[in-house]
Design a protein around this ligand. Structure first.
Ligand SMILES: Nc1ncnc2c1ncn2[C@@H]1O[C@H](COP(=O)(O)OP(=O)(O)OP(=O)(O)O)[C@@H](O)[C@H]1O
Length: 634
């Protein structure tokens, strides 16, 4: 019988013993299986009105009794058959059977525990040899007293079984009906859920569509002011070129005009000087008058030049602002273009739960979409990793292995300054997706592109948060070196909290690694502006430690404060390698402006110590008085 039905039956039974167990007992008894007896045989006095079920439970059925024992319990053959016939009706009830069984067993001197098994054995033997076929129609007189008792007992059990079976059928029908009702209700619920999710995703998509339109409109408007990408033909070759917008043209025109004004004034000043020299033979009074005039005119020219210079400085500042705006604009232009070219730009729902909205950005091999998790009800960032179809199978496998390694490191990291990794799933043979905590703010790279430098206070606070994440990585049982700390890998959430992400190049520090550090087997990977000198050692396999991250953090801090990287700022990755820029980076220099505290510079110097031995590790650097806001003693 189905488990559910049994469960249902038992929960619906108003008998003292549950129907399933009753059925099980009855069927077991009929089949000759063993059911442990909880109580000894009851005293079957006529006044005993306990339910049959209670008594029935006491009959242990075991098919192991020996025929030897059976002989011992032969009933007294001299008893009158009529006596049995008279009492037959009462025997059909279980209490009656038990009472009689008790009497008989007492007479036969059977030990109490052995009574049920001996009786059953006897019955079984009779049944299997065909002596008992139908408990109703047998000729009573042909059987022994013992048989009479057993036949009655069987009849009682049979009736009880029939009754139980019919009850079971009824329960089963009720159960089926209830199951159907539950399924119907589930279906209704599912339909409601589907509708609700549809409404939610439709709303999200409508908002996302609106945002897309707005972004494109803004770009169109800004392109007049900031510029655009045009196409240039050189022979048969078409290439893209940047065409400056009106804002830069205006700035340049203003600078040109200021320069012309300055030149004109300089010319007039020269002319004035010449005139002064020419008038040396004039009378003394005339000379005095002319000199006064000349001084006034000279003063006027000087003031004018000052004012032009001031205007020039303002215009240059405007140009700087323009460059920052242009960088953001180009980033947005690229994002829109990537979004238009993406095969996931039609708001699909991935893995039956992630509603993809708008593209956040595109990396080397991945696209990151803002998405909504309709199971957890939160925004997430879905990073879609696409394998290039032209890659060899080996390269694809390598990439997947690498991504799984990253996933395994990242998924276990739970810290307020580390982006959470929630999920990973396959989209198709060549694409899979990792689901990350959504960070609604910009990344540090975008921040630095829009502001060039940060106030020291702000930069220091970001450093404290970065080190908080790094300390977590170094306090776990399985220590992790991030190895790819750079502005693009520091994200900000809506509240402005900094979070580390991208563990693609991370290294796990094994326990047996000595104090010198672990071997760097992936030399050449990473972003060179942010890597320390030991990573460029080509003479031997470098030994690295968490001090790599301390160096990178030092570079980040410098960049936040001074708007440029301390080493190889204007160099390409290839040039840094070719010219050994970092290998030669023995001493860090600081620009005079903007002004930064000596403590900040000292901290940067410590982080950028050339020799690993002199550089603090993550745990030491995190306790630096500068980061812990403790004033150093003079
Ligand atoms: N969890 C996130 N929340 C919000 N935006 C994110 C998240 N992760 C990445 N992004 C944004 O998505 C864009 C692409 O991220 P991705 O990590 O793929 O780029 P990348 O770091 O430039 O590339 P690569 O990893 O190939 O160096 C970036 O602009 C980044 O700010």
């Amino acid at each position: 019988m189905h488990d559910n039905v049994l469960l249902h039956l038992s929960s619906n039974s108003n008998h003292s013993d549950s129907l399933p167990s009753k059925l099980a007992k009855l069927e077991a008894r009929m089949a000759g299986k063993s059911i442990p007896a909880a109580k000894p045989l009851p005293d079957a006095s006529p006044s005993s009105t306990d339910s049959d079920e209670d008594n029935a439970g006491d009959f242990m059925i075991q098919a192991s009794a020996s025929s030897q024992k059976r002989k011992t319990f032969q009933m007294d053959e001299s008893r009158e058959v009529s006596e049995w016939t008279v009492t037959r009706k009462s025997w059909i009830t279980k209490a009656g059977q038990q009472r009689a069984a008790e009497e008989w067993a007492n007479e036969a001197g059977v030990e109490k525990q052995k009574r049920p098994s001996v009786l059953t054995h006897h019955l079984l033997q009779r049944l299997t040899t065909g002596m008992v076929r139908n408990t109703r129609d047998v000729l009573w007189s042909k059987f022994s007293t013992e048989d009479h008792w057993i036949i009655c007992w069987c009849a009682g059990l049979g009736e009880e079984l029939d009754k139980a079976r019919s009850e079971a059928c009824q329960y089963q029908r009720t159960c089926q009906q209830l199951e159907k009702e539950i399924n119907d209700m589930k279906e209704v619920q599912l339909e409601k859920e589907r509708k609700r999710l549809k409404v939610v995703s439709d709303l999200l998509i409508a908002v996302a569509k609106g945002e897309r339109q707005e972004a494109r409109l803004r770009v169109r408007q800004d392109s007049v002011r900031l510029g655009n990408v045009g196409v240039m033909r050189a022979g048969t070759l078409l290439s893209e070129v940047w065409e400056d917008g009106q804002a830069l043209k205006d700035i340049q025109a203003r600078l040109k005009s200021l320069l012309e004004q300055k030149d004109a004034i300089e010319k007039q000043r020269k002319l004035l000087k010449k005139k002064q020299n020419d008038k040396t033979d004039a009378s003394e009074s005339d000379q005095g008058l002319a000199e006064e005039e000349c001084i006034a005119t000279e003063e006027m020219y000087r003031a004018r030049i000052f004012s032009i210079k001031r205007e020039e400085e303002n215009t240059l500042r405007d140009r700087e602002r323009y460059e920052l705006e242009k960088a953001c604009f180009i980033r947005e232009l690229k994002r829109i273009r990537d979004e238009d070219g993406s095969r996931f730009n039609h708001f699909p729902i991935l893995n039956k739960r992630y509603a993809l909205l708008n593209l956040l950005g595109k990396g080397g091999f991945s696209e990151v979409y803002k998405a909504y998790d309709m199971v957890e009800y939160r925004y997430v960032a879905c990073k879609l990793h696409g394998l290039n179809v032209q890659w060899s199978e080996e390269k694809k496998q390598n990439y997947i292995r690498h991504a799984i390694r990253e996933y395994n490191i990242h998924k276990s990291l739970v810290h307020s300054h580390i982006v959470r990794l929630w999920d990973i799933f396959e989209i198709d043979h060549n694409t899979f997706c990792t689901v990350l905590q959504y960070c609604g703010g910009k990344d540090l790279d975008a921040v630095l592109k829009s502001t060039s430098v940060l106030p020291e206070r702000e930069a220091r606070s970001i450093m404290v948060q970065i080190f908080s994440g790094l300390v977590y990585l170094n306090r776990r049982s399985q220590r992790v070196i991030h190895y790819d700390l750079k502005p693009g890998n520091v994200l900000f959430d809506e509240a402005g909290a900094a979070k580390l992400t991208d563990f693609g190049l991370s290294k796990i520090v094994e326990d047996e690694v000595g104090s010198q550090g672990m071997e760097l087997t992936s030399q050449g990977a990473g972003t060179y502006w942010y890597l320390p000198p030991e990573c460029f050692d080509v003479n031997k396999t470098p030994l690295i430690s968490s001090k790599v991250d301390v160096w990178s953090a030092g570079v980040l801090f410098y960049q936040m404060l001074f708007g440029k990287r301390p080493f190889g700022h204007d160099q390409s990755q290839e040039r840094i390698l070719r010219e050994d820029t970092i290998t030669k980076a023995r001493k860090v220099e600081f620009p005079t402006r903007p002004s930064v505290s000596a403590d900040a510079k000292d901290f940067i110097r410590r982080c950028l110590s050339y020799d690993q031995m002199d550089r603090p590790d993550v745990l030491t650097a995190a306790q630096d008085p500068y980061l812990s806001y403790v004033k150093r003693k003079p």
